[in-house]
Design a binder for this molecule. Structure first.
Ligand code: PRP
Ligand code: HPA
Ligand code: MG
Length: 179
């Protein structure tokens, strides 16, 4: 697994520090609100688990599972909802938790879909932002790191369902996906 990585972009320590910092900021911003954290599976599972434990105000959590990349490195443009949320969102302050904002197609679709459900507010927290690839008009409200236009894996992010369990974020060697 490690020999498919060209470069470690973000170490475990760098990620942990930044996630704690973001947790404190979100805790300040959501004091007195009805925070509902929505994790967009599968990629956000690791970030969600760490971020929710860095938040000190009361919150609910729920999960939705969507997919648009399949086994490629470019968005198919078709966002498939594999599992929708279970909880009624009326009056809740939604924080959508994503691992990466890349083309923006996934979050554009999800925010539009969820804004029809009577939420009090919707914000986006993403671990990584790759602005050079943006195709849909979207900016995150909270972001831990901006990354260059390279395919990254680890800390939940996959290529063809692999590498999610790497504890750091690494750039995948292009020969892994150009073969
Ligand atoms: O901004 P975009 O170009 O839409 O890319 C971002 C989305 O792509 C990845 O999901 P993917 O479809 O790979 O599903 P996964 O989370 O199960 O890996 C990632 O987890 C984001 O949800
Ligand atoms: O760079 C990426 N890596 C893994 N999954 C992704 N989904 C969008 N961009 C990426
Ligand atoms: Mg993926």
């Amino acid at each position: 697994m490690e020999n498919a990585i060209q470069q470690v972009l973000l170490t475990e320590e760098q990620i942990a520090d930044k996630v704690k910092e973001l947790g404190s900021q979100i805790s300040r911003d959501y004091a007195g609100k009805n925070l509902m954290m929505v994790s967009v599976l599968k990629g956000s599972v690791v970030f969600m688990a760490d971020l929710m434990r860095a938040i000190t105000v009361p919150c609910q959590i729920d999960f939705m599972c969507v997919s648009s990349y399949g086994s490629g490195t470019e968005s198919s443009g078709v966002v498939k909802i594999i599992k929708d949320l279970d909880i009624n969102l009326h009056g809740l302050d939604l924080l959508i938790v994503e691992d990466i904002l890349d083309s923006g197609k996934t979050l554009h679709y999800i925010t539009k879909m969820l804004s029809d459900r009577g939420t009090a507010s919707i914000r986006i927290a993403t671990l990584l932002d790759k602005p050079e690839r943006r195709a849909a008009p979207l900016t995150p409200d909270y972001c831990c790191f901006t990354v260059p236009d390279e395919f990254v894996v680890g800390y939940g992010l996959d290529y063809d369902e692999k590498f999610r369990n790497l504890p750091y974020i690494g750039v995948l060697k292009p020969e892994v996906y150009t073969k």
